[in-house]
Design a protein around this ligand. Structure first.
Ligand code: UDP
Ligand code: MG
Length: 181
């Protein structure tokens, strides 16, 4: 009991007694890695938003930003800028702007690499069962979800989709049980 009390007392789970989301000089939780995850229009239409969010929650990641948007060709062209010369670029933009997307920022240990693994290969035919694409999709052009592919890419995508003020820096009370701090 004493150990548990001292952990929760010193590590931020009494967050209601101080301003929410401020870590006030506690070195044990530096800001962790973040990544951009989006449920694409097919995922939204097929009512998969809840199941996709659940996977990231149950893995132990922390949601720090979330919104539903009808994405413009402008933001999508920038988001997929590296694919501009690909033959599927225009149809990708049409697909991605065909309905709302749910865009999220998830935070946690090794989240960029872990979430790419959770999402599975770009082509769902190659994505194993157990991955999001492997469980919910069959065709490369309708693969349900986006995940940043590197820490650098994640930073750019997060800045593109979210103003800094819309990302919340909050203490999640189970953190001492999901990573070693
Ligand atoms: N895409 C497509 N046809 C292809 C390859 C990609 O329609 O032959 C789409 C697909 O939606 C994919 C997106 O373009 O998710 C971005 O491609 P990328 O290679 O970055 O794959 P991802 O990072 O999404 O796995
Ligand atoms: Mg990509």
């Amino acid at each position: 009991f004493l150990t548990v009390y001292s952990l929760s007392g010193s590590r931020g789970c009494r967050s209601l007694s101080r301003p929410l989301g401020r870590r006030q000089g506690m070195p044990w939780t530096g800001r962790q890695e973040r990544t951009l995850i989006a449920v694409k229009p097919d995922g939204v239409q097929r009512r998969l938003v809840g199941q996709i969010i659940q996977r990231f929650e149950q893995r132990g990641f922390k949601l720090v930003g979330l919104k539903m948007v009808q994405a413009s060709h402008g933001i999508l062209s920038e988001h997929y800028g590296e694919l501009r010369t690909k033959p599927f670029f225009q149809s990708l933009l049409t697909y991605m702007s065909s309905g709302p997307v749910v865009v999220m920022v998830w935070e946690g240990h090794n989240v960029v690499q872990a979430s790419r693994k959770m999402v599975g290969q770009t082509n769902p035919a190659e994505a194993p069962a157990g991955t999001i694409r492997g469980d919910f999709s069959v065709h490369v052009s309708r693969n349900v979800v986006h995940a940043s592919d590197s820490q650098e890419g994640a930073q750019k995508e997060i800045q593109l989709w979210f103003p800094a003020k819309d990302l919340l820096d909050w203490d999640c009370c189970d953190q001492i049980y999901t990573i070693e701090v």
